[in-house]
Write a protein that binds this ligand. Sequence first.
Ligand code: SF4
Length: 315
Amino acid sequence: MTENEPSYIALSRSNELDKRIEILNQMLSSCKLCPRECGVDRTIGEEGICKSGTKLMVSGIHPHFGEEAPLVGAHGSGTIFLTGCNLRCVYCQNYEISHLGIGEVITIEEIAKNMLRLQGIGCHNINFVTPTHFVPQLVEAIAIAVKDGLNIPIVYNCGGYEKVEIVRLLDGIIDIYMPDMKYGRPKHADKYSKAKNYPEINFKAVKEMHRQVGDLKLDDLGMAYRGLLVRHLVLPEDLAGSERIFRFLADNVSKKTYINIMDQYRPQYKAWEFTKLGRKPTNKEYNRAVELAKKVGLNRGVRYKADMTGCSICR
Ligand code: SF4
């Protein structure tokens, strides 16, 4: 095995992948796949907070060129957008997909075929967007695709509200974890995403992700093949609690954490019902977040913004 060969290939050879699938599938009959722990029987069509049954739903499958540079390269990130979400963010930037349920049912076998198709057209990775509520089905799709030659990294691109027990079951399956770190304070996690324990749960999950894959590693062409890439969306009035998140990363994870401090917040969905969420963050607010990150020693992926069209992503 070479250093940048995805580890799911070795797991597949050892039958460990099949064991994990069995454990994960059993969880669907009293669903506790995520911190919501709804306990619904998804195998008979009951729905929990994510509003998802057992059938996979996707809203799009295609190369994506808007992700972070180390994921995109010349041919794009092979993105698979899952419908539904276990978070209830009132300002969701993808609310049509996450909350309104826009998407189509697709079989596990079709997902596997699409993964191979994306690999075939040169995508540098398979990027599952909002995968948390469909983990069992997606791991099954990986197991099918690897038998037919899948050999590019898998990106777990999630909202960061993940049970550490489930993240442990993904050890050796996921190459690149890309969690959001949305809130540093329970008060705002509760008010805007109905997830008061988000910071505590999120911090534990991110620590476990980093334990598995380490800091983001790039190959000779600058493409990511393994590691942790954190996203943090700056909200107006510091509602995201940026400082606590950056301090946690610097003190408990790694100062070499690659972090994309995002500036693209726009009021969407129900944000208009909340006075403080009703505007974009100013340049000053964004740059203050960057300053805080730099102050605690986080530099990878971090850049000041000169104007509202500037890009916050760099290598
Ligand atoms: S995955 Fe969905 S049904 Fe299962 S615990 Fe989470 S929100 Fe509830």
